[in-house]
Design a protein around this ligand. Structure first.
Ligand code: AMP
Ligand code: MG
Length: 422
């Protein structure tokens, strides 16, 4: 015998059974149903929550036709003809919150401030800077058009119209808009309960005395940070030993209490890797290998109604797989009708990148703008999946498609800025 048949490992290219990233994402999303259960919250506390009941406007917004600038309100029919200049007499003043009560007649104008209700007879506001004031009159040129600088009642939202839809992940302008309708409280989905746990006999809790051969847990902390934009309650199960009985008990308990479980470590084929086995015992495994680097061993399945994301142990792989698979899934679980967009940018690489066809790779890069309005990117040195500084020094993922091979200097790649995700 002159060779040893090798087993599939994370050193291989594409191997049978590894799902392409897009298919794995799709399978996860298909397996997830939004949670039920609502709560009523003050609008000011509803940032990053999911709206459960569409907000319908009881008002026109704006509620009245008003001035968009400081200036003079006139009737559009009364504007001067081409080649003429015309004088209007100032008969009063309209302030925001203090309207002018009488109608504006021909050759008359009312001085008006931004936001003030347009007086009867007026449908046009001439910008202060575009007229000439002479005592109690203004001179107006032929440069104006009827209806200018006016915000019409209901032009933003009409009474009875849906202003914010059910399933919306609420962002700052949503809160402002809802408040502009006079609403104080809204109905949102309850937070999803997410169990977090790290596995490994070598993993120590920060604060514990250091021991030779052991490492401090980083994954739970990265994940706590990565969850912050989601409406979650985190139930922290801490660090679990590589003990299938203990792991099984914890998974069972967490699956009854939580909507999702996120574990890290113990998911590959080593002698101390029990996540998959336990998931197989008490739940259903959907898959456990994805054509992604880092992060190929990734178990996804269900235990009762809870979904389990068995992430790999390596700290970079944890974050890569979290953002690719877990984040969109949790948005769906939380009831969002859409996860926030994660747009990528084209960038030119400043140095060659090693890559073999077979897996989608998420290398870590430093993205900088060029003087001609493009982007360029270079990798952050060593790309091992355990090298967390490859992420802390980076500001983006360089996404290299599954079929792609080595990348030459000057080639274009797609990058995903961390600011989009984190
Ligand atoms: P595993 O998949 O359990 O074999 O873990 C793969 C690698 O990730 C090992 O080197 C582990 O020591 C490391 N690792 C696992 N869990 C953690 C954690 N919570 N924090 C930091 N490193 C971890
Ligand atoms: Mg382990």
């Amino acid at each position: 015998m002159n060779s040893i048949p090798s087993q599939p490992s994370c050193a291989d290219g594409l191997e049978s059974g590894a799902l392409p990233v897009d298919i794995a994402k799709k399978k996860i999303l298909e397996a997830i149903d939004p949670v039920s259960g609502n709560e009523v919250l003050p609008v000011a506390e509803a940032l990053h929550r999911i709206l459960e009941k569409s907000v319908t406007s009881a008002l026109d917004v704006p509620g009245h036709t008003n001035a968009a600038v400081d200036g003079f309100a006139v009737s559009g029919c009364d504007l001067p003809a081409r080649g003429h200049v015309k004088a209007f007499r100032i008969i009063g003043q309209a302030l925001a919150g203090k309207p002018y009560k009488d109608p504006v007649g021909n050759d008359q104008t009312v001085s008006i401030m931004t936001g003030a209700v347009l007086p009867a007879g007026a449908d046009t506001v001439l910008m202060q800077e575009q007229v000439e004031r002479q005592g109690n009159r203004i001179l107006v040129s032929d440069q104006h058009r009827r209806g200018e600088n006016v915000r019409r009642a209901g032009e933003d939202i009409r009474r009875g119209q849906v202003a914010v839809e059910k399933g919306r992940y609420l962002l700052p302008p949503d809160l402002g808009l809802i408040a502009s309708l006079g609403c104080l409280e809204i109905t949102v989905k309850r937070r999803i309960r997410v169990a977090l746990l790290s596995t490994g006999n070598e993993i120590l809790s920060a604060g514990a005395p250091h021991e030779p051969g052991k490492i401090y847990d980083s994954n739970r902390f990265s994940l706590i940070g990565a969850l912050h934009k989601l409406p979650v309650d985190i139930i922290d199960y801490g660090i679990l030993r590589d003990d299938p009985v203990h792991l099984q008990k914890t998974f069972e308990e967490a699956s009854k209490r939580c909507d999702a479980i996120i574990s890290s470590g113990g998911v590959s084929v080593g002698e101390a890797d029990f996540t998959r086995q336990v998931l197989g015992n008490i739940g259903e495994i959907e898959f456990w290998k994805v054509a992604i680097k880092p992060g190929r061993p990734l178990a996804f399945g269900k235990i009762g109604d809870a979904c389990l994301f068995g992430l790999p142990g390596n700290p970079v792989a944890v974050l890569v797989t979290f953002y690719q698979f877990v984040l969109p899934a949790l948005f769906k679980l939380a009831g969002a009708n859409q996860a926030p967009l994660t747009p990528t940018l084209p960038a030119r690489v400043l140095q060659p990148l090693r890559k073999k066809p077979g897996r989608t790779e998420f290398q870590r890069g430093i993205l900088t703008p060029t003087s001609d309005g493009h982007w360029e990117v270079k990798p952050t040195g060593k790309q091992g999946s355990g090298i967390l500084t490859s992420m802390t020094r980076a500001n983006c993922f360089i996404i290299l498609e599954q079929a792609r091979g080595r990348v030459q200097q000057g080639d274009w790649v797609q990058v995903l800025p961390f600011s989009v995700l984190m």
